[in-house]
Design a protein around this ligand. Structure first.
Ligand code: MG
Ligand code: MG
Length: 243
């Protein structure tokens, strides 16, 4: 899984290099495809079943787009935040990670949203231990996010990952009655895709008529960070950090 994760990180790095004002999301998508295809990996997003098969190689979600943005003619502008989500399979194993790229002169409150969301993911990784329940981790994530004045998206959650991209269990970034009823105890060897999505305004989101793109209801910006993380004997091992 680390090999797949390394390829995903390579895609992120390349996207970071080319994501400048004037580029279209389709050009970013094409370049992402080139990077993982050259490494011999198969993309997991294109053709993913839904209302229509998912049409692009990466999910590229700009500003008020939360997740599942489709690459196309949209031109990146100075001050945009660009979520890049990439999942690949290599040799039968999957890696899935997302990052949010700040392009040029991003408004301070939007910059803070990105930094807080990235830190929410770091808090989860730092606190993973065998024997802990996921609700303990989710509470730390949600409490930190809300203490910083941002909201945690409820409608989308992380997931188990292995030989397929989406496996049990569901991995929420917030505490709910449902989670407390169906809590997960972390065990060594379990691998999770942890992916907090935070909004500058309300946590409410809706899906556009293309059947995929999820946007904030109030159209305020949203940030998304994700890593594929293995639970180890004494903590966590991040499989998508490029090592
Ligand atoms: Mg992902
Ligand atoms: Mg994922």
């Amino acid at each position: 899984m680390r090999v797949a994760g390394r390829i995903v990180q390579k895609v992120h790095q390349r996207c970071r290099e080319i994501c400048r004002p004037g580029i279209t999301t389709r050009e970013i998508d094409d370049e992402g495809y080139r990077v993982f295809a050259e490494a011999g990996a198969k993309g997991l997003f294109k053709g993913y079943p839904g209302p229509t098969p998912f049409p692009s190689n990466l999910c590229i979600s700009v500003n008020e787009e939360v997740v599942h943005g489709i690459a196309g003619d949209r031109v990146i502008e100075d001050g945009d935040i660009v979520g890049i989500d990439c999942g690949v399979e290599f040799d039968g194993w999957c890696g899935d990670a997302a990052t949010t790229i700040m392009v040029g002169d991003v408004k301070p409150q939007t910059r803070k949203l990105c930094e807080v969301t990235e830190h929410v993911l770091a808090i989860a990784i730092e606190n993973i231990r065998p024997g802990r329940r996921w609700s303990q981790i989710a509470r730390l994530m949600q409490t930190y996010a809300e203490s910083q004045g941002v909201s945690v998206v409820r409608d989308f959650v992380g997931h188990g990952i292995g030989s397929t991209m989406h496996e049990e269990p569901k991995v929420p970034n917030f505490v709910s009655r449902d989670l407390l009823r169906n809590d997960i105890e972390l065990r060594q060897g379990v691998v999770l895709a942890i992916e907090p999505m935070c909004n500058l305004g309300s946590h409410e989101v809706r899906t556009l008529r293309d059947g995929w793109t999820v946007v904030t209801v109030d159209r305020k910006p949203s940030a998304h960070y994700e890593h594929t993380v293995a639970v180890t004997e004494d903590g966590a091992d991040v499989l998508t950090d490029g090592r």
